[in-house]
Design a binder for this molecule. Structure first.
Ligand code: GLY
Length: 264
């Protein structure tokens, strides 16, 4: 089965933040995001995607689901197939079915995990050939084993890895820069999980910039991390920065706010 390249995309699907995003899940002690500011940041995020050459589709907000702006967690896109995942937080269970009708309009095939395991999309990093899946508070072995044959049918080798303790998702700490290169925090890089890939480490103190996304000719990263920006530019990447402080308050990042895929 033909795979999509891991960083070349024609389309994205996102969802507007709800006012209820202020009640989004987060690690203890983080302030509430301000919905109006979140919406402004989301606007910049969509502009960055458009500048990267994709056609963006934006779904209306879902007040019943505070974390529904993070569309990447309930779905995995694999060329002409969308896989409806089973997010591991109970307040997010309904998001998967809410997005299904939209996926059915776009993808040739929509399949779903039935459980009992759980997988959040934020724990999956797709490269051209390898699917890294980070075990975490949200993703368990039973979920991985249900997802495995679907990924293998699409030509991926599976590498089951561990999301660092205290980190919500595997991709909170890393992002793909190109087919051979991963950007990651030192903690994740030192774990050895990316053996075989070229690694660029997040500068000390800028770990919160590790959740970046490569979209066609651009790397999209958070505003406010000058060392990271310089490092990426020195390595030849064209960078777009977008503010994401409100998303970060609810442990969200740039990868979580879109599904990125290629349609023929
Ligand atoms: N706030 C994002 C999540 O916990 O899923």
């Amino acid at each position: 089965m033909q795979k999509q390249r891991s960083w070349r995309f024609t389309h994205t699907l996102s969802r507007r933040p709800a006012n209820s995003v202020k009640d989004g899940l987060r690690a203890a002690g983080q302030a509430d995001p301000v919905p109006e500011l979140f919406k402004e940041e989301h606007h910049h995020y969509l502009k960055a995607l458009e500048r990267s050459g994709v056609l963006t589709t934006v779904l209306p907000s879902l007040e019943a689901f505070p974390d529904s702006v993070f569309v990447e967690d309930p779905v995995l896109c694999l060329s002409s197939t969308a896989v409806i995942l089973r997010p591991g937080a109970s307040s997010r269970f309904g998001e998967a079915e809410a997005i299904r009708p939209e996926l059915e309009k776009i993808f040739d095939q929509v399949v779903g995990l039935t459980g009992p395991g759980f997988v959040d999309g934020g724990d999956i990093l797709l490269t051209d050939d390898i699917a890294f899946i980070g075990l975490s508070e949200r993703t368990d072995r039973a979920g991985v084993e249900e997802l495995r044959p679907i990924l293998e049918r699409h030509g991926y080798q599976i590498r089951v890895v561990t999301t660092p303790a205290g980190v919500l998702h595997f991709k909170s700490d890393c992002g793909l820069l190109d087919s051979e290169t991963v950007f990651a925090t030192k903690a994740l890089a030192d774990s050895g999980c990316f053996n075989g890939f070229k690694l660029i480490e997040a500068p000390s103190g800028e770990e919160a910039a590790a959740n970046l996304i490569r979209v066609n000719d651009f790397v999209i990263m958070r505003t406010g991390f000058a060392l990271t920006r310089d490092l990426l530019e020195q390595n030849g990447y064209a960078v777009i920065t977008v503010p994401a402080d409100e998303a970060a308050k609810v442990d969200g990042g740039l990868s979580c706010m879109s599904l990125r895929f290629s349609l023929k």
